[in-house]
Design a protein around this ligand. Structure first.
Ligand code: NAP
Length: 252
């Protein structure tokens, strides 16, 4: 791995992806900021450059094949190589019991979260192999490990992502590419804003989480940095749970 690897992070205009991009840039990675909105990606990239890091912005909707192809080809065209891929963007358009999930919503969830990650991994692989190997990190969720009454279809996609990690670890290992995931518990981002805007819920989560607080994007960014870096060089095909201990209590 070079001292300034090229690392693409999907969904990095906000939340966990943005925290990961800023931490990796501070640690010397040249990062590609990506989400559906070019302007918000530009603004994150600009902030990283002002802080002395190197970043470019390439918009990409992870449900659009042509945009996935352009994300990888633009990255390689601009930087001449690709070392790491952080598959963080995800969709969750439904809240409620599983009979609320129609085929269209189900297809969006599975297509964006599972197929988009798999496709991007395949597009990145030859470039990562040419660079001598690297790391793919998926941002999964404890929702893929526990039963859930309100975000069940999203949880199905996260369980599938966990299996994708194991499959790609087998397929990509020969090219020196490690594939792992982090499975966060509840993290304070726009994604969880509705839940965490209720002060009673915040108190409940603080009480039930062994570490006694709500997770922050940087808590997960640090695990992503570990999974991308040399300290995890013998890990592949693994899902690392980072949830302040909530799953060992049996869940929220
Ligand atoms: P967030 O703060 O809402 O940020 C989501 C990011 O993804 C934004 O940059 C958003 O930008 C981008 N995005 C959304 N849909 C996209 C699409 N179709 N194509 C490309 N980019 C897209 O969410 P977050 O909480 O950081 O979530 C990041 C990851 O963590 C997700 O995989 C989520 O499942 C996982 N996770 C979150 C929590 C939690 O409690 N927050 C817990 C467990 C796992 P645009 O809207 O501009 O596209």
């Amino acid at each position: 791995m070079p001292s300034n690897p090229i690392t693409v992070i999907t969904g990095s205009s906000r939340g966990i992806g943005r925290a990961a991009a800023e931490l990796l840039a501070a640690r010397g990675h040249r990062v590609v900021i990506s989400s559906r909105d070019q302007d918000s990606c530009e603004s994150v990239a600009e902030g990283i450059r002002e802080a002395g890091g190197e970043a470019i912005a390439v918009a990409c909707h992870v449900g659009q094949d042509d945009q996935l192809e352009a994300l990888i080809s633009d990255t390689v065209e601009r930087f001449g190589r690709l070392d790491n891929l952080v598959l963080n963007a995800a969709s969750n358009p439904v809240y409620g019991p599983s009979d609320n999930v129609d085929r269209k919503a189900f297809d969006v969830i599975m297509h964006n979260n599972v197929f988009g990650s798999m496709r991007l991994g395949h597009l990145a692989r030859p470039h990562m192999a040419e660079a001598g190997g690297g790391a793919v990190v998926l941002v999964s969720s404890i929702a893929g490990m526990l039963g859930n009454r309100v975000i069940g279809a999203y949880g199905l996609s996260k369980a599938a992502e966990n299996q994708l990690v194991r499959n790609l670890a087998l397929e990509f290992g020969g090219d020196g590419i490690r594939v792992n995931a982090v499975a966060p518990g509840l993290i304070r981002t726009d994604f969880s804003k509705a839940l965490l805007s209720d002060e009673r819920m915040v108190k409940h989560f603080e009480r039930t989480t062994p570490l006694g607080r709500i997770g922050e994007p940087e808590d997960i960014a640090r695990v992503i940095a570990f999974l991308v870096g040399e300290d995890s060089r013998w890990l592949s095909g693994q899902v690392v749970t980072a949830d302040g201990g909530i799953t060992v209590t049996g869940g929220f």
